[in-house]
Design a protein around this ligand. Structure first.
Ligand SMILES: [Cu+2]
Length: 391
């Protein structure tokens, strides 16, 4: 059907050791996957008893009120092996890659990075492995950070077994667009395995952008993990704050074009397991990017608080003071807020299904002895690893 082997869906399934063909996320949620509890490491472990084969609409569930919506929980008693993954979502959160800089004769700053595309298996929830395609071995790729007006140079090496590109959002010429078919005769366009290309363009406009691969089939290349945030600071900078990047993503672990795991920064429920520590009354700035494939919208909601929202970060004036934003794919924005009270505050997709499949976390504000998430989490939902689960 297609000349490119990566287009073959059966090929996708074949390379995912843990994928179980034909088990969709919706069937999983409906309880059908109970017949195959080993599916991608996912099992419905209600009450810690994997043999509990409840129908899709059980009655008398401990989780009355959403009993028609059994949770896909993850391998109990385990955490993701971050060392094996090669990246840690807690560190990745505040990891901004400024590259190397030097001043050109003109006085202008040249900023340079090297990005290598590599195939790499990663664990996206305890026991759930995924054959990712990565930039610099991590998902999301490095958060590239520059300042408005600089000259940017990104050397891209494709060490993957598949053709890829770097397609940046921002202002640049067609040759630098990472678009297959444009500039192939000048070394650009689609970058084949083993090839390299250097992208060069001005840092403009200031704001929060993203980059991703633009090789077809596009959904597959993006869903595999080839994306990252791209921050261009305004010339005068932004006010001091505790800054963090959140890339909202998901993983189609059985290659049926629907996601089984949802997350911020790749690992489902990671910020439940390790709440994000922030200071009380300290300014916090979140660079929020939605790269989710296969679902039309994503969202971010915070408990007990409101934030100023700067869509695309291209204006210094917020457009909204709110507690929930909706983003389509590639939409992004900057959130600024302070936490006035100690305690643990949940943040999650307000698409509840995403929240219950991993896209949930907590901010831990000030004194951790007060109102911590262990209790809150168990009240909210049955969570992985048996923590906080009622006896
Ligand atoms: Cu690609």
């Amino acid at each position: 059907m297609d000349r490119n082997p990566v287009l073959d869906v059966s090929n996708f399934a074949a390379v995912s050791k843990n994928a179980e063909k034909g088990i969709s996320r919706r069937r999983l949620l409906g309880g059908a996957a109970l017949a195959a509890p080993a599916v991608a490491g996912l099992a419905l472990t209600r009450g810690g008893d994997s043999a509990v084969a409840e129908p899709a609409t059980p009655s008398g569930s401990r989780h009355a009120g959403h009993s028609e919506f059994p949770h896909a929980t993850f391998a109990a008693g385990r955490s993701v092996d971050h060392a094996a993954n090669g990246f840690h979502p807690t560190e990745l959160l505040r990891d901004f890659d400024h590259g190397r800089t030097r001043r050109l004769a003109s006085g202008r700053v040249l900023r340079e990075w090297e990005i290598v595309a590599q195939d790499r298996e990663i664990e996206v929830a305890p026991g759930v492995r995924y054959e990712a395609w990565t930039y610099n071995g991590r998902v999301p790729g490095p958060t590239l950070r520059a300042r408005e007006g600089e000259l940017l140079r990104i050397r891209f090496l494709n060490a993957s077994e598949h053709p890829h590109t770097l397609h940046f959002h921002g202002l640049h010429s067609a040759l630098m667009d990472g678009m297959p078919g444009i500039g192939d005769n000048r070394g650009g366009g689609q970058i084949e395995p083993g090839e390299s290309f250097t992208y060069e363009f001005d840092a403009a406009p200031f704001g929060l952008h993203l980059y991703h691969c633009h090789v077809a089939p596009l959904a597959a290349h993006i869903a595999r993990g080839l994306y990252g945030a791209f921050v261009i600071d305004p010339k005068a900078g932004r006010p001091e704050a505790d800054e963090m990047v959140m890339v909202m993503n998901g993983f189609d672990t059985n290659f049926d074009r629907a996601n089984e795991v949802y997350a911020v920064n790749t690992v489902g429920f990671h910020y439940v397991e390790e709440p994000i520590a922030v200071g009380r009354d300290e300014p916090v700035r979140i660079y929020l990017v939605n790269v989710l494939e296969y679902d039309p919208v994503n969202s971010f909601h915070i408990h007990g608080n409101f934030f100023n929202y700067f869509p695309t970060g291209t204006s210094l004036q917020p457009s909204e003071f709110t507690d929930t934003v909706i983003q389509g794919q590639a939409q992004r924005g900057i959130l600024e807020l302070k936490f006035p009270y100690d305690g643990d505050y949940m943040f999650h997709a307000h698409v509840s299904e995403f929240a219950e499949l991993g896209w949930s976390g907590f901010f831990r504000v000030g004194d951790p002895s007060r109102l911590t998430a262990a209790a809150a989490a168990s009240m909210y939902c049955e969570l992985p690893w048996g923590k906080g689960r009622p006896a």
